[in-house]
Ligand binder design. Structure first.
Ligand code: AHR
Length: 348
């Protein structure tokens, strides 16, 4: 466990005014990426004496999942609870995230929370944080660094398990339909290449695929976790292959783009149609499509990591040890479930 910095009263900070950002995010949940308020227009403020100052470097605003994930941070680390939050949107670029981390280090924040876009390329900046004695918590996706003591812990999804679960679900579903031995043509819309969510889901599914020689992966292509890009990739898949049975979409926003393209091609969606979509995230709009049968199964990626991050920070504040890896609880949804009832108790 890294040492904990002592807070020494007021520091000179220019805070990014978080709610402006959230209001903007709320309007851009369909994967096109959102505008960011120019920094000079944002409100300036100072942390109060005793506030816990946290710098969060977020991936971007590429998906509905991300919007929920960001909102959870903002609702968790509130002024009322004694937090002072500096939120930086990386806009899907690692260089922006590295800059943000350096800014946090310069400002001398108490904690850094990093939701890294990709796994590699963090060694140098995390070493700078460690040298400045600032504990770093990795949230959502993971980092791959030579020295794991550069960060305190990681909290997020077991993406590989999500991929395996999707594969196992497909195997069972094909068996139920008596198609376990027929040729099954699959295409995969991958997430941002090199991100843990992409790597885990691709590898987990591939593990199951190895047990099924009749499954043919026609092509993998990245849709960068966005609806717009996935729409284009799906159009290309449909132009190139005339017998796609299954689309693996590594997130819901890409499934939305794929559905648009498939409908335009006048193909029937669903387990008994021409093409079956398996997706990841299980955001509200996607679950409504599960209910309609347009998405066959959706494997949950829990976006509510913020309360766990808070728990970790509170433990560190008390000088307690924390576990190095903490996975969030996740499930899946398919046509057999009562989606309407499930949505009643779901916050995202
Ligand atoms: O890292 C989590 C992934 O990133 C989610 O599946 C996706 O929607 C998001 O953009």
């Amino acid at each position: 466990m890294a040492g904990i910095r002592k807070r020494t009263g007021k520091k000179s900070f220019t805070a990014i005014f978080i709610f402006c950002f959230v209001l903007l995010l709320a309007g851009c949940g369909s994967g096109t990426g959102g505008d960011v308020v120019p920094q000079e227009e944002m409100e300036s403020s100072e942390p109060d004496e005793g506030d816990i100052v946290i710098g969060i470097s977020q991936v971007g605003s590429e998906s509905d999942w991300r919007t929920t994930n960001t909102e959870a941070y903002l609702n968790t680390f509130t002024e009322e609870k004694g937090y002072y939050l500096i939120f930086e949107d990386g806009q899907q670029k690692q260089e922006n995230q590295v800059k943000a981390l350096r800014k946090f280090i310069l400002k001398g924040v108490d904690y850094i929370v990093l939701d890294p876009i990709v796994e590699t390329g963090w060694d140098a900046v995390l070493k700078e944080a460690k040298d400045a004695n600032i504990p770093v918590i990795i949230a959502d996706r993971n980092v791959l660094v030579e020295d794991e003591s550069l960060y305190i812990c990681r909290v997020g999804s077991d993406f590989m398990q999500e991929g395996r679960n999707a594969g196992e679900w497909l195997a069972k579903n094909l068996e139920l339909r008596g198609r376990e031995n027929t040729d099954i043509n699959i295409v995969t819309l991958q997430g941002t290449l090199g991100s843990t969510a992409q790597l885990g889901r691709t590898l987990g599914f591939a593990e199951v695929m190895e047990k099924h020689p009749n499954w043919n992966m026609l092509e993998y292509q990245s849709g960068d976790f966005t609806q717009a890009k996935a729409y284009e990739v799906m159009e290309y898949f449909l132009d190139t292959y005339d017998d796609i049975d299954v689309v693996i979409s590594e997130n819901d926003n890409m499934a939305f783009g794929a559905i648009e393209a498939i409908k335009e091609a006048r193909l029937r969606l669903g387990r008994n149609g021409d093409i079956m979509i398996i997706s990841f995230d299980a955001v509200r709009d996607a679950l409504l499509l599960v209910q309609k049968g347009e998405i066959a199964a959706d494997f949950e990626c829990n976006p509510i990591t913020a309360p766990l991050v808070e728990e970790i920070i509170q433990k560190l504040e008390r000088g307690e040890a924390v576990e190095k890896v903490q996975y969030v609880e996740e499930t899946y949804f398919d046509y057999k479930m009562d989606i309407e009832m499930l949505l009643e108790n779901r916050t995202y």
